[in-house]
Write a protein that binds this ligand. Structure first.
Ligand SMILES: [Zn+2]
Length: 494
């Protein structure tokens, strides 16, 4: 018996050894694909001017609020006047229209009528400064102060950097005598930060273009960025360039239960709020199906190929580890949000007083839908998984998820190429944008919609958007403008 065991062990050991050797070779080969992306063409950028213009743009508080009556449109007028003064050649060459109260539609006429135009998006508005946090800022939020390292203020990263970057690129190209083949539209909405239901500036601009028979070849908007990644021993000095090819949907549902109410001194076994607790448990215990869409596997593959050799011994097996990957991702909330529609129970309401039983109790649940899951699907899901059939379900606010834009389009390939030319250490990966952008409103007139801001910023800095001390590194400005110049040259050509 002993001998037989030894033989079996030996055979197993031999097989394992061979498998390890195969794996070692596979890991060695599992590297970024050797592709020639060409070299970066030099672009002249007046960085001092670009920085000064961004500072000025930040100093005009174009704050948007859900209620239009609260919006100070004179700030938007000031912003428009600033643009006219800062980019004179652009205003001489392009036509400009104001749509809705303050949205901007610029058209740069191309030399070819037979080609679909391209569009570059950004929004003019910024979110307000939370009450009681003004003094927390190192430099005042609407100062646009440049301390030589950062430009400070609301909009520095979301998204006046991108808006002025596009303007600067066009102005410079005009100074150089450049003429696009395709029409180039610059489309700057006024209310991106507050619109979820779709009656905002971006939709009006799209409707205007659609009524004129315009079909866009491609759209570029905010969404992705350049994120330095450095994890000791795992991945060294790489940058993750995320190109948003889709964005999740958004839906707030109010789910309520009614009851007789009455005095809390004589409570029933479960009050309406108590019954509602089971509703919450049903929702949380029955998550939406998760699915590894192709962008998730290609995201992990791209990252996996860029890891150090010891880590690649594992990541080279990713194609075989999909079920494991899915199981692990479901346990990690930020990862789970990439593979399924999320369910977030956020608010609860019972009776208005401590000694009164609720006649109505309700919870608000925020769902973020994967592309492919509709608002109606969410409503069906609620009714399916909640066992209590007495619930009332109301939609408070909702926006459908976008479609997926292709990763084999001309424009996607150009963005990828420009990013890889900039640095071989860039990891370009399509991804899913969690928040909303104006880009999705252009779906009726465009199939190739990409969300990417060519600005390098650490996670720490990105977390300052919509928060205190929003700021952008000054060294990110010049490459941003240069990217937009190259993008216009390439994408506006046939
Ligand atoms: Zn934004």
């Amino acid at each position: 018996m002993m001998k037989k065991n030894k033989v079996i062990l030996g055979a197993v050991g031999g097989t394992l050894g061979a498998a390890t050797a195969v794996n070692a070779v596979r890991a060695l080969k599992f590297k970024p694909e050797a592709r020639d992306y060409g070299t970066l063409t030099p672009e002249a950028v007046n960085a001092e001017r670009a920085m000064a213009h961004l500072s000025q743009a930040i100093s005009i508080p174009t704050v948007s609020y859900p209620n239009k009556a609260d919006v100070d449109y004179t700030q938007f007028e000031k912003f428009h006047a600033f643009l006219e003064e800062a980019y004179p050649l652009l205003h001489k060459t392009l036509t400009r229209e104001i749509v809705n109260e303050a949205s901007l539609l610029y058209r740069w006429k191309g030399t070819r009528d037979d080609l679909d135009p391209i569009a570059m998006l950004a929004h003019q508005d910024v979110v307000p400064i939370s009450e009681g946090t003004w003094d927390d800022w190192t430099h005042p939020p609407f100062s646009g102060y440049n301390d030589g390292e950062f430009i400070w203020g609301r909009g520095a990263l979301d998204i006046k950097n991108h808006l002025t970057g596009v303007m600067e690129a066009v102005e410079t190209l005009l100074e150089e005598g450049f003429q696009p083949e395709r029409d180039v539209y610059l489309l700057f909405g006024q209310d991106e930060e507050v619109v979820a239901s779709g009656e905002g500036g971006a939709k009006s601009i799209m409707e205007t273009l659609k009524s004129r028979g315009v079909h866009l070849d491609s759209v570029i908007d905010e969404g992705g960025a350049i994120l330095p990644v450095n994890v000791k021993g795992v991945i060294n000095n790489k940058s993750l360039v995320g190109i948003g090819i889709a964005e999740k949907g958004y839906a707030d549902f109010e789910i309520s239960l009614r009851s007789k109410g009455g005095h809390s001194s004589q409570p029933p076994k479960h009050s309406a709020l108590g019954e509602l607790a089971n509703v919450i448990r049903d929702l949380e215990n029955h998550q939406f199906q998760s699915e590894l869409k192709p962008f998730v596997t290609s995201l992990f593959e791209n990252i996996g190929r860029n890891c150090t050799y010891p880590v690649r011994l594992v990541t080279c097996n990713l194609p075989y580890l999909k079920p494991v990957l899915k199981t692990v991702m479901k346990q990690i909330p930020p990862a789970a949000s990439l593979i399924r529609t999320t369910t977030g129970v956020t608010m609860a309401e019972g009776s208005p007083a401590a000694n009164v039983l609720p006649q109505k109790a309700s919870v608000t649940v925020n769902f973020r839908m994967m592309p492919g899951t509709t608002i109606a699907d969410v409503e069906n899901h609620i009714h399916k998984v909640v066992r209590n059939k007495n619930i009332e379900v109301n939609i408070l606010k909702a926006k459908e998820a976008s479609k997926f834009s292709p990763t084999d389009s001309r424009t996607f390939k150009i963005i990828e190429e420009l990013c890889m030319q900039e640095s071989a250490d860039n990891i370009v990966a399509p991804y899913l944008v969690m928040g909303g952008t104006d880009a999705c409103y252009y779906e009726p007139i465009c199939e190739n919609i990409y969300r990417y801001s060519p600005y390098r910023a650490s996670v720490e800095l990105l977390l300052c958007t919509h928060a205190t001390n929003e700021r952008i590194p000054v060294e990110a400005i010049e490459p941003g403008v240069a990217f937009f110049k190259r993008y216009i040259r390439r994408v506006s050509a046939e």
